[in-house]
Design a protein around this ligand. Structure first.
Ligand code: FAD
Length: 475
């Protein structure tokens, strides 16, 4: 029996769900946000934020070890206190998850802990919230936003026990730096975490089934990261499939089928499995409601985030596409606005993506090849960080900015940056694409000196044959 009626229920409080809750509140729609684990979802608790905290700590450690290059002498070599690092990381997570609760409350949205499921009811939908103490309550609503996110995929032979075999959550919580770490999967999560532990002292091996790490990302950007991995002593096995592992007491021995069909073994203290993620769409009652899922279980939505069942919306990872926090948040805003009666749509020309490796890769829009495949005559401009005063003065010159444009109109189709600071620079590229900017718009925008942002202006100028601080191709 439904006890209470609310205007909208949001299931999940990750960057999709909590943003939807806040936006609903702003628009005067009374919303209840239900969360079964921790407010803030994967992103704040076991994803974006804690990983970036550890990446920063590992980078600081690496920089200290190189401080002598800048004329700084340390009294003793720096050392890692993993427990203190984890405590610092935990503090950031608590601050942000606390902020989520406050923001929801301040905007008039209610947050309740429990596992939600949906069924059709007399007044629309009945959402039952099962609490951990065994009690449950049901609320009635006409609008449900499913924002339940995704979870790591497991592979045969590597059951995650968070002791020997870790998923990303386990790898973010290690109490000490493993001596030898085998990472299965050369995507962004595996490489980000692999690099953290390599910098902190682990011997890291990456096993990737495809012929390249970071599949789908502008290949010349990937090459820069591959070079750095080699320099750090990280071994990357491409075209290799992890088959299983054996416990030898003091170590795990991972068996790998190599590219040439042979077999290799790798000794490891920890095995990190990061081979992708799958949607949390089961157990919610979606199938019984007739909500359309794709073959992998992602909820199918239109540009208003509506499913095929009226009143049921889906956003974020569970709705597929790019599994990124900022994509989830934008979709959360759209769903909230549609529920509030606005003519809103997920109408974006690009979603930027960042790989927080060292150096970072940040991309938006089309790769050079994708632009050609789409039928564009392409004009490309590239500017190396090594020619940038700012990059030299912060002692970090790996990388470049690359602008891909349509040769006829000059319209910017893609921006790809590899180099530290790329994560903060890419928003200019996203804005340029979103605004339909042409090369001259970026080239003629005065960029402050000395900054890394000048690389984007110079890349646009290079595409026009007018770069100032490098010799132009053909000149
Ligand atoms: P989630 O954040 O997954 O939140 C879903 C929430 O729903 C969870 O809290 C879950 O407990 C809850 N839930 C599920 N089922 C129910 C139910 N039945 N009832 C109630 N609650 C339920 N993305 C980036 O953009 N940048 C990054 O740098 C980045 N780094 C990452 C690093 C790692 C290690 C990982 C794992 C992910 C990273 N991501 C990053 C991806 C990002 O975390 C996700 O894209 C994002 O969290 C998706 O948001 P969401 O709101 O869709 O779902």
């Amino acid at each position: 029996m439904a006890e209470q009626r609310v205007e909208a229920v949001v299931i999940g409080s990750g960057p999709g769900g909590y943003v939807a809750g806040i936006r609903l509140g702003q628009l005067g729609v009374k919303a209840l946000v239900v969360e079964k684990e921790h407010p803030g979802g994967v992103c704040l608790n076991v994803g974006c934020i804690p990983s970036k905290a550890l990446i920063h700590a590992a980078k600081t450690f690496e920089k200290m070890a190189k401080a002598s290059e800048l004329g700084i002498r340390l009294a003793a070599p720096p050392a890692v206190d993993m427990a203190a690092m984890q405590a610092w990381k935990g503090g950031i997570v608590s601050k942000l998850t606390g902020g989520v609760k406050q923001l929801l409350k301040a905007n008039g949205a209610e947050l309740e802990l429990g596992t939600a499921s949906i069924a059709r009811g007399a007044g629309g939908y009945d959402v039952t919230i099962a609490r951990t103490d065994g009690t449950a309550r049901t609320v009635t609503t006409k609008n449900v936003i499913v924002a339940t996110g995704s979870r790591p995929i497991e592979i045969p032979g590597f059951a995650v026990d968070q002791q020997r075999v870790l998923d990303s959550t386990g790898a973010l919580a290690l109490a000490e730096v493993p001596g030898r770490l085998t990472v299965i999967g050369g995507g962004y999560i595996g490489l980000e975490l692999g690099m953290v532990y390599a910098k902190l002292g682990a011997k890291v091996t990456v096993v990737e089934a495809l012929d390249s790490i970071l599949a789908g990302i502008e290949p010349d950007c990937v090459q820069v990261v591959a070079r750095k991995l080699r320099k750090m002593g990280v071994e990357v096995l491409l075209g290799a499939k992890a088959k299983g592992w054996q416990d030898k007491g003091d170590r795990a021995v991972v068996t790998v089928e190599t590219k040439d069909g042979g077999e290799a073994t790798i000794d490891a203290d920890k095995i990190l499995v990061t081979v992708g993620r799958r949607p949390n769409s089961a157990g919610l009652g979606l199938e019984a409601l007739g909500v359309r899922l794709d073959a992998k279980g992602y909820v199918q939505v239109d540009r208003q985030q509506r499913t095929n069942v009226p009143g049921i919306y889906a956003i974020g990872d569970v709705a597929g596409g790019m599994l990124l926090a900022h994509k989830a948040s934008r979709e959360g805003e759209v769903a909230a606005e549609v529920i509030a009666g606005h003519k809103s749509a997920m109408d974006v020309r690009c979603i930027p993506a960042v790989v927080f490796t060292d150096p970072e890769i940040a991309t938006c829009g089309l790769t050079e090849q994708a632009a050609r495949d789409a039928g564009h005559a392409v004009r490309v401009g590239k500017f190396p960080f090594a020619a940038l005063g700012r990059a030299l003065s912060v002692n970090d010159t790996d990388g470049f900015a690359k602008v891909v444009a349509d040769a006829d109109s000059g319209e910017i189709l893609g921006v790809h940056i590899v180099g530290n600071g790329a994560s903060d620079l890419i928003s200019e590229g996203a804005l340029a694409i979103e605004m339909g900017a042409v090369l001259h718009d970026v080239a003629l925008t005065v960029h402050p000196h000395p900054t890394l942002g000048e690389s984007i202006m110079e890349a646009a100028k290079a595409a026009l044959g007018e770069a100032i601080h490098i010799v132009n191709r053909g000149s």
